[in-house]
Ligand binder design. Structure first.
Ligand code: ADP
Ligand code: ADP
Ligand code: MG
Length: 463
C-alpha cells in the first residue's frame, strides 16, 4: 500500500480522500490555492502546500506545480478526485513518467473513453447499445444536417470533450441547426479548449441511469448496481438514488452486464461509471463513461456497504478485488441531495458567499460530505457544491422520511442554496412515487418554488 498520497483536488472530495487515506494509514499531502488558505482539506491532511493563485488554471490545473509538490514531499501516488485534472490523460501519463502512481486508469484508457465521440464508436463496436447518431466527430453544418435528418429531430449536439452539462445544445428543427451548431462548438472551445462536436438523437424524457464499475489490474471487472440521477438542472445532477424505481430485476441485470462489457472493452482500471439514458419504452443507450470517482458515489457506498475510495487505493496499489459479482448484495435505499450555492429562483445562478451559520444533520443513516464550516467563504472560483446530504434506510419511503428530517436539521445561512428545493422535492407526489425523468425539474420547478413561496408568505400573512 502507499505511504503518502498527493491529493490534487479541493473541497469535499479532497476531505473524502483524506479520510479514506487515514483509515488505511496513508499520509496525505493536500494542495491549495490562495483562495483556499485555511480550507478544511488543508487542515485535516498530514501536510498542505500552496500551489498558486485562486484561478484554477494556475493552481489546481497546474500540472507542473502539482508534480513538483508530489516529488518534493516524496509522495508515491496522486489522487485526482473529480473535475480538474481527473480525466486528463496527459496528467495521468506525467504522473507515471515521474514514478508516481496515478489513482485512476492509465492515460491511454482515459483518452479512449474521455473523448465521448470516440467512446461511442468503441462501444458500438463492442456491442454496447449507443444512442443513434454520428459515427464520429461532425465538422460541418451540412454534415450535421444530413445526420439529423437521417436519425430524425430532435437531436443533441454534444462536445466530444464535454462534461458538467456544458457544450450541449438541443436542436428541434433543421432551421435552428446552423446557429445551435455554432453555439455548441464555441462553448466547447471556450470550456474545454476543444471545439469538436458530434450529433446524438435526443431521447425524449429519459431516465439517467448509471452503473458503478470496479476493475482491477488482474482482469476482474464488477459492477456495484445503479444510481438513478434523473433529477437534473441544466443537464447536471441534483438528487441521486439507488436502487432506481425504473429498473426491473431483468433490466438491471442486462444493464449491469452491458456496463461490465463497456468497461472491459475500454480495458478499464479502477473505479468508473458507465452512464446510460433509459427511454420510456425501456430501451437503454450508453452516453458516456466517467473515468474517475463520481460526486454521487456515497449512494452506492450506502447500499453496498463498500468504500469506493478504499477500493480505488487498493486497485491502484495493484491488489486484486476481494469481491466477485456474486458477492455484491445491495440492501436498503439511499438518496443523495446536492446542496449547491446556487439560486433556484434565478436559473440556478451560482451564489457563493460567506457561510454565516452552519448546522449539519446527523443521526442514524445520515451522512454529510462537505468541506464547509461556519465562517468559511465559498469561493466564486470553483464549483458551487457546498455539501452532500446522503441518507440510507431499509425502504425508499423510510429513506424519504429520513431525508426530510435531515434537511429539516440542516441550517445553512449566508447564500441562496438548493436545500429548500430538495426539501420540497422530497414531499412532491411524483418524486415520492418515483415517477420522474430528466425533464422533472423543467416541468416541476415553477410549481415547487411557488409552493415554497406560499408556505413562507402564508405564514407571514397570518402572523
Ligand atoms: P458527476 O457525474 O460525478 O456528478 P459532474 O458532471 O457533476 O459529475 O461533475 C463533477 C465535477 O467535475 C463538477 O465540478 C464539474 O464541473 C466537473 N467536470 C466534469 N466533467 C468535466 C470536464 N470534462 N472538464 C472539467 N470539469 C469537469
Ligand atoms: P456530461 O459529460 O456533461 O455529463 P452527458 O453526455 O453525460 O454529459 O449528458 C448529460 C445529461 O444530458 C444526461 O444526464 C441526460 O440528462 C442528458 N442527455 C445526454 N445525452 C442525451 C440524449 N441522447 N438524449 C436525452 N438526454 C440526454
Ligand atoms: Mg455525464
Amino acid at each position: 500500500m502507499f505511504r503518502r498520497v498527493l491529493i490534487a483536488n479541493r473541497g469535499e472530495i479532497a476531505v473524502r480522500i483524506v479520510r479514506a487515506c487515514r483509515e488505511l494509514s496513508i499520509e496525505t499531502v493536500a494542495v491549495y490555492s490562495a483562495a483556499d488558505e485555511g480550507a478544511l482539506h488543508t487542515q485535516i491532511a498530514t501536510r498542505a502546500m500552496c500551489i498558486g493563485p485562486a484561478k484554477a488554471s494556475e493552481s489546481y490545473l497546474n500540472m507542473s506545480a502539482l508534480l513538483t509538490v508530489a516529488l518534493a514531499t516524496q509522495c508515491d501516488a496522486v489522487h485526482p478526485g473529480y473535475g480538474f485534472l481527473s480525466e486528463n490523460p496527459d496528467f495521468a501519463d506525467l504522473c507515471a513518467e515521474n514514478g508516481l502512481v496515478f489513482i485512476g486508469p492509465p492515460g491511454h484508457v482515459i483518452s479512449r473513453m474521455g473523448n465521448k465521440s470516440a467512446a461511442r464508436a468503441l462501444m458500438r463496436k463492442s456491442g454496447v447499445p449507443v444512442v443513434p447518431g454520428s459515427d464520429g466527430p461532425v465538422t460541418s453544418v451540412k454534415e450535421a444536417e444530413e445526420i439529423s435528418q437521417r436519425i430524425g429531430f430532435p437531436v443533441l449536439i454534444k462536445a466530444s470533450a464535454g462534461g458538467g452539462g456544458r457544450g450541449m445544445r438541443q436542436v428541434d428543427t433543421l432551421e435552428q441547426l446552423p446557429t445551435l451548431f455554432a453555439e455548441a462548438k464555441a462553448e466547447a472551445e471556450a470550456c474545454f479548449g476543444n471545439g469538436e462536436v458530434y450529433v446524438e438523437k435526443l431521447i425524449v424524457n429519459p431516465r439517467h441511469i448509471e452503473f458503478q464499475i470496479l476493475a482491477d489490474a488482474h482482469g476482474n471487472v464488477i459492477h456495484l448496481g445503479e444510481r438513478d440521477c434523473s433529477i437534473q438542472r441544466k443537464h447536471q445532477k441534483l438528487i441521486e438514488e439507488s436502487p432506481s424505481r425504473a429498473l426491473t430485476e431483468d433490466l438491471r441485470q442486462r444493464m449491469g452486464e452491458a456496463a461490465v462489457k463497456a468497461a472491459r472493452a475500454a480495458d478499464y482500471l479502477g473505479a468508473g461509471t458507465i452512464e446510460f439514458v433509459l427511454s420510456s419504452e425501456g430501451a437503454f443507450y450508453f452516453i458516456e463513461m466517467n473515468t474517475r470517482i463520481q460526486v454521487e458515489h456515497p449512494v452506492t457506498e450506502f447500499v453496498t456497504g463498500l468504500d469506493l475510495v478504499h477500493a480505488q487505493l487498493r486497485i491502484a496499489a495493484g491488489l486484486p478485488l476481494s469481491l466477485t459479482q456474486e458477492d455484491i448484495a445491495c440492501s436498503g435505499h439511499a438518496i443523495e441531495c446536492r446542496i449547491n450555492a446556487e439560486d433556484p429562483h434565478h436559473d440556478f445562478r451560482p451564489s457563493p458567499g460567506r457561510t454565516e451559520f452552519l448546522h449539519l444533520p446527523g443521526g442514524p443513516g445520515v451522512r454529510v460530505d462537505t468541506a464547509l464550516f461556519a465562517g468559511w467563504d465559498l469561493s466564486p472560483h470553483y464549483d458551487s457544491l457546498a455539501a452532500k446530504i446522503i441518507v440510507h434506510a431499509p425502504t425508499r419511503l423510510e429513506a424519504l422520511r429520513k431525508l426530510r428530517r435531515a434537511l429539516e436539521e440542516l441550517m445553512i445561512a449566508g447564500y441562496p442554496n438548493t436545500a429548500d428545493l430538495c426539501y420540497l422535492i422530497a414531499y412532491e407526489p411524483d418524486f415520492m412515487r418515483g415517477c420522474y425523468d430528466t425533464g422533472y425539474l423543467d416541468t416541476h420547478l415553477e410549481q415547487l418554488l411557488q409552493f415554497g413561496e406560499n408556505c413562507v408568505s402564508g405564514g407571514k400573512e397570518h402572523a
